[in-house]
Write a protein that binds this ligand. Structure first.
Ligand code: T4K
Length: 374
């Protein structure tokens, strides 16, 4: 019997034939890594596609976050959101900093700018917001606060590939943005990531740090790491990039089907799209509120029982993990909105090749359970 399971996402692959010519080049040149020609081509292709100044490819999004922190010389407290994948918080701590959690805005699911300033003190070294689900933070307010206090802003834009606001790519905001090209992301290179920045001197610094700190064959003047993307991964990215617009269009169709089907169901709240944003439809989060007959966790289990593997992104909050829960800013009282939303959230499956039959299987379960008490 074919496996009818539906996972929260499914990686997108380019047609194999599109990849082969790049692999033949790699086999001919035997250049496998260390910023080779295909790596360079992908950086340029991404600058053009995303409309950004500089792209530095990295081994993954987590290393990109660490390299970004190191490149900006961040040492101290870093203001961030607990409503994220643990990589954001771990990167801050891994680089010798202390995360300081600030609550989120219930409209954006992102850092609430009105609460940032109260967390700033003489130890604050940076702000690391996340464009959660690819929807932009309140970038202007955040920049205004950061500029006033002389703080760099590093956006964790792991979810924000191809998302745009009125001025273009949302990756242009802040001092740097980082992307994840993990298999589960809109644009993937199996594993991979990137740092976006607007400053060519900073780009050089990033490129040194991701290559062990080498500035030439003999010179290492700073700490570095192996954060490079291989030529095969870059080749995969080049083969996939031309297919991303159609995959976002397909995600958008599934998003519309979900919204239409779930609209009449009380207690299931789809997160509204914003008119001024070109969304990338990277996730389909819904809130399971009190007037739905099942709790979020009950719905999660019912879906699992039917072979539908929705995910509770992001529950628990990263502030609830044992490494962070004793920090003063991790107290639930400091994070009431994030705590509440993390208990209600469920991300339904969304990926480019979703069929109407799959969408209908998922929505039927949610609708049928929603009608249980009526
Ligand atoms: N910042 C933020 C805000 C992030 O969300 C992330 C990563 C990062 C930073 C760090 O970027 P990376 O260092 O990862 O580049 C997944 C991903 O591993 C992770 O990249 C992502 N965020 C996070 C939100 O989701 P898991 O633990 O949920 O993945 P997993 O393995 O359970 O996969 C989810 C589903 O996807 C599976 O049920 C099946 C499907 N899948 C997965 C893989 C890996 C496939 O069909 N094929 C696959 O190869 O973390």
């Amino acid at each position: 019997m074919p496996d009818k399971s539906i996972y929260v996402t499914q990686p997108q692959l380019p047609p194999l034939g599109d990849l082969i010519p790049y692999l033949e080049d790699i086999w001919d040149t035997k250049i496998l890594t260390n910023a080779g020609p295909i790596h360079e081509q992908l950086e340029q292709a991404l600058c053009d596609y995303l409309g950004v100044e500089h792209v530095a490819l990295c081994a993954n999004g987590s290393i990109a976050l660490m390299v970004a922190l190191e490149a900006l010389g961040v040492k101290g407290e870093v203001i961030t959101t607990p409503y994220t994948f643990v990589a954001t918080t771990n990167a801050i701590q891994w680089c010798g900093n202390t995360p300081v959690f600030v609550d989120i805005n219930p409209r954006t699911f992102n850092l609430d700018p009105n609460k940032i300033e109260a967390a700033i003190n003489e130890h604050t070294a940076a702000i690391m917001p996340v464009h959660c689900y690819g929807a932009p933070c309140d970038v202007e307010e955040i920049q205004e606060i950061a500029s006033r206090h002389g703080l760099p802003v590093i956006y964790d834009a792991a979810h924000a590939f191809a998302a745009q606001d009125n001025g273009g790519s949302i990756l242009r905001h802040g001092d740097m943005s980082i992307l994840s090209f993990h298999a589960t992301k809109i644009f993937n290179t199996f594993e991979g990531g990137a740092i976006i920045c607007n400053d060519s001197k900073m780009l050089e610094r990033i490129n040194r740090i991701k290559n062990h700190g080498f500035s030439d064959e003999m010179t290492v003047n700073q700490i570095g790491i192996n954060g490079k993307l291989s030529e095969v991964a870059a080749a995969f990215g080049l083969a996939l990039l031309p297919h991303i617009d159609s995959s976002i269009a397909s995600r958008k169709n599934s998003d519309a089907v979900y919204r239409k089907s779930l609209k009449p169901i009380s207690g299931i709240k789809c997160i509204p799209l914003v008119d001024t944003i070109i969304h990338n439809y990277s996730y389909f989060p819904v809130l399971v509120e009190n007037d739905y007959p099942l709790t979020r966790d009950e719905l999660y289990e019912v879906l699992r029982g039917a072979g539908i593997y929705a995910r509770r992104y992001f529950y628990p909050l990263t502030s609830e993990f044992p490494m962070y829960k004793t920090l003063p800013s991790a107290a639930a009282l400091n994070l009431p909105i994030a705590t509440k939303l993390s208990q209600q959230i469920i991300c339904l499956p969304l990926f480019p090749d979703m069929t109407n039959e799959q969408l209908s299987r998922i929505t039927t379960i949610i609708i049928d359970n929603g009608l249980r008490n009526s």
